[in-house]
Write a protein that binds this ligand. Structure first.
Ligand code: MG
Length: 253
């Protein structure tokens, strides 16, 4: 009985002191005035409000350059990130007046934001070979800037996750696609799952399963207060949101 009480007390203590989820700004803090999704300003603004991390999306263009943008085809144009030359892509003007940044320009801004982790999404390309080349180029760019240690990798492509793991045995790599149970992620030696909120509502058991396997759990894109509260109570490690200040305020209460 005494032992049971001690175990219960320890469990209660653990629950009471469980770390709160860390806040990740989705595509940077882009809803802030003067910002735009995946712009240099969005990273600087995520850093200025003390986000744990700032997420962004990286494509490899037809001429094998790295650029930062979300959609495959830029809205209102027929320019495809993975099929156009970089010069065409980086001529596109974002809603805040910046141009689509190269990865290197983005990393130069990251150097000036040393407190913010880089949550780098490798976008899916036409085949695993291209994805492996893209991963290699990204790792090289991060090394050149001394930013490898400060970067977490995320990808919908399982092949892209494995390509990063082959290059970097210690890197933090999270799978986005939501179709694999935590066991499979652990077997592939990845760091965790980073799943759409609908997936984690359908499989709430995956959160505890992941933790039992030593994996971490991130959830996207959680924008309303009720969902934020739900995932805070579920004990996820990270919440990715378009409303980082709202989430921060909720966590401080
Ligand atoms: Mg993304």
């Amino acid at each position: 009985m005494k032992r049971l009480l001690a175990v219960s007390a320890a469990l209660l203590l653990a629950a009471g002191t469980a770390a709160q989820p860390k806040v990740i700004a989705h595509r940077g803090y882009w809803q802030h005035p003067g910002s735009a999704q995946n712009s240099l300003a969005s990273l600087a603004k995520a850093d200025s409000i003390g986000c744990y991390g700032s997420e962004f999306d990286v494509w490899m263009t037809a001429d094998k350059r790295l650029v930062v943008n979300h959609d495959r085809t830029y809205r209102g144009t027929d320019i495809r990130m993975d099929e156009a030359r970089a010069s065409l892509v980086t001529a596109i003007v974002l809603p805040n007046g910046e141009r689509i940044p190269t990865l290197d320009a983005y990393l130069a801004t990251a150097e000036k934001c040393p407190a913010t982790r880089l949550i780098l999404e490798i976008k899916s390309l036409s085949d695993p070979k291209r994805e492996a080349l893209c991963a290699k180029k990204i790792v090289r760019a991060l090394k050149r800037r001394g930013l490898l240690e400060r970067t977490d990798f995320i990808a919908f492509s399982f092949d892209a996750c494995l390509a990063v793991r082959a290059l970097l045995p210690e890197a933090r790599i999270y799978y986005l696609n939501g179709d694999l149970a935590p066991q499979r992620i652990a077997e592939a030696n990845l760091t965790g799952i980073d799943y759409w909120e609908g997936v984690l509502r359908e499989h709430p058991e995956w959160i505890a399963e992941a933790h039992a396997l030593g994996l971490e759990v991130n959830v996207w894109t959680v924008n309303d207060e009720q969902s934020m509260r739900h995932f805070i109570s579920q004990g996820v490690d990270y919440i990715t949101t378009d409303r980082p200040e709202q989430l921060q305020a909720l966590l401080e209460r």
